[in-house]
Design a protein around this ligand. Sequence first.
Ligand code: FEO
Length: 402
Amino acid sequence: MSAVKITEGIYSVGIQNPNMRVFDIVMKTDSGTTYNSYVVKGSEKTALIETCHEGFFHQYLENIKEVCPLEEIDYIIMNHNEPDHSGSIAKLLELMPKAKIIASQAGSLYLKNITNRCDLDVQKVKDGETLDLGGRVLTFFFAPNLHWPDSMFTWVEDAKTLFTCDFLGCHYCEPYTFDTNIAYPKAYDAALKLYYGAIFGPFASFVRKGLEKIKALPVQPEFICTSHGPVLTKAGRMDEVIANYEAWSAPVVHEVPVIPVFYTSAYGNTAKLAEKIREGILEAKPNAECVTYDIIEHDMDKLHALINECDAFAVGSPTLNRDAVPPVWNLLAGIDAINAAKKPALVFGSFGWTGEAVGNIQTRLLGLKMNVFEDGFKVTFVPNEEDLENAKEFGKSFALSF
Ligand code: FEO
């Protein structure tokens, strides 16, 4: 796809990658993605905002050249420096000899390591600092953790255009630039939500601050130029996307404590412990929402959401080959490590010989800085009546501990 005019003096020169199906190893991208990049022209200077994944370098250059000779680029503004946006920087600098890179302090450090050039000359800007392109002033607003600590927004007030890089974007690709032409809106909605959860779910408080910064702009944007997915327009999906981000980032308030009991069980023994632990939890906290979940019987995305939103949880696994079983590790792999600290957790399981599962899970949860309850609860093979009563008491003590 070639360059597209956004508004006077601002052009989209990014790349489409409709064939991508997995982003950053873990994220499904059923609708592909785009690496958006923009040229912003003033009367005296020209800026390039973000670059693109290096795998598309040739097409990217052709797009830029449609609106501006490469050697006329004065600034490369890096709102965020993950390699999907910064991957072309080193090559670009060879073709844009006078271009000055602009980034936040954190961004400047990342760029030096990403390009492996400790002498890389980066102009570090402060929050609120401006840059005059001639009749067009850019203002930089820091937006930390949207999506890395380096992130900032670039605001072009005369054009009512805001550049937010990852923020408010999504992995979605259609042969259109603007959100007014989305051909498969349901697919876009799904991609937007998936992207939010994967990229910004762990940073809800920063999302709220980012939204406040947009609301505090002296005039509201007509265009929000993200670096993935369609350009958001006031006439299109902008307000809806912002409302979605507001709703998804709102603090979760539970009317009753939510304490799920996750488990998996080869012969029903760990399942019996799960039920007794649940009874114990409910004895201590009768109003709690405490449900047992056999991990292999439920959608893993939903379990991941639950383990992150709950107030505390118990997790049980049998021991197989001296370890917990893969479904349990898959569940734990979905824990939001940014926000897991101090969450109470209880670990349990039945085993045959050596019973490493409980200890291994505890080690993992302690690594996430969670409040792991005592040494966990283990039973050899089939729990007898006394074991079951002890499991119940253990669950009760756990629930009384927070
Ligand atoms: Fe699209 Fe955080 O990079």
